[in-house]
Design a protein around this ligand. Sequence first.
Ligand code: GDP
Ligand code: IMO
Ligand code: MG
Length: 434
Amino acid sequence: MANVAVIGAQWGDEGKGKIVDWLAERADMVVRFQGGHNAGHTLVVGENVYKLSLLPSGIVRGTPSVIGNGVVLDPWALKAEIERLAAQGVTATPETLRIADNCALILPFHRDLDGLREDASGAGKIGTTRRGIGPAYEDKVGRRAIRVCDLAHLDDLGPQLDRLTAHHDALRAGFGEPPIDRDTLVAELRAIADFVLQFARPVWRDLNLAKEAGKRILFEGAQGVLLDIDHGTYPFVTSSNTIAGSAAGGSGLGPAAVGFVLGIAKAYTTRVGSGPFPTELDGDGPDGATGERLGTRGYEFGTVTGRKRRCGWFDAVLVRQSAAVGGITGIALTKIDVLDGFEEVKICTGYRLRGEVIDYYPAHAADQALVEPVYETMPGWQESTAGARSWADLPAQAIKYIRRVEELIRCPVALVSTSPERADTILVRDPFAD
Ligand code: GDP
Ligand code: IMO
Ligand code: MG
């Protein structure tokens, strides 16, 4: 009986939330292991639409959900999200939600710094979600972070707070900002501490006990491999490792516990925020119109920030690379319905760089800016795939497209998603059965 890790295989927003929710029916626990409330996962169940940022998507089904140590946690965002979901009838209690007591916190000055840096960067900005993710991870790695367990010892924060504020006050001064008001910060933490602490536990222990008892664990990745701090389009990335290897380290389970790695990829490509995007369809000409058509059909607006997502054709080079570095065993191909009605569809199969064709994405920004996609064009399909729940419901040309994608990325398709709705999913190979 395998555990399953779900990770994004592109630049995020591939439909991870929908697939995690779908798989959660058969999981005993769902675990977030990296990122924070920069994530935005949309679940559609009948008339209800749930938008999750920090909470694991399993919470909607009531599957016990865990926020692992690899996540950076904003206590106020946590409270707001729990309250928002409660209004929709989804409750998070200490029985259904557990938070690692060694999780690093995102504090108000992390959010400030994220915004200040972005505003000061002009055209070179990363286009972050401004949630303080990067600055919070910097403090964690810099060994200055305040963690969930510290909330039970706020009177003893002295030297830790000295190091943290000394570091940040220097940075803030550079932006002309006043120093951190320590009394206000501690008072704010005191006001939220009990709320967070009711969920706090040594979750590594719970997870290891669950593993020993043969329970099924579903790991829920945020962002995508192309936003990974090491393997992504650096520096236009997020500040955590989004690959499947993080599921072990970010939850307190060994690597053998991870099991089947399900990479989620859209049948085309989107990106929100700055950074290179070889197959982007933009501009005033026909390419731009095709990009707009994808964006409109796919309703490509960010869940967290509402920003319009950039759109382009499927890039098999990038997804093949993601599958390799991400440790992906099988792909869930989502939003195939968005391609319905296109006369022809294109897939990027390689890049032309200085007269040569290469089969990988180069690391340096200058080379990344120079690569030109090499496309293969296939006829599209006029029939609707929307809502299809079995392979037999798909038009022949759509099947050909999926099979070609599989071949090019060198990774089998395990699931196909045909609408935002939970049940509109085709199971090709059961990740839990592997
Ligand atoms: P995540 O961040 O990977 O969880 O993805 P998001 O939720 O941010 O973005 C994916 C969007 O596509 C959401 O609005 C989903 O409801 C929607 N979606 C997911 N799968 C499908 C699909 O197969 N077809 C269509 N049309 N929409 C989908
Ligand atoms: P989900 O889990 C898409 C992008 C931001 C920016 C870069 C860095 O919904 O797929 P950050 O705030 O993390 O420092 O921003 O990463 N980004 C995402 N893009 N989906 C996400 O999450 C993202 N989380 C961060 O737009 O380009
Ligand atoms: Mg998203």
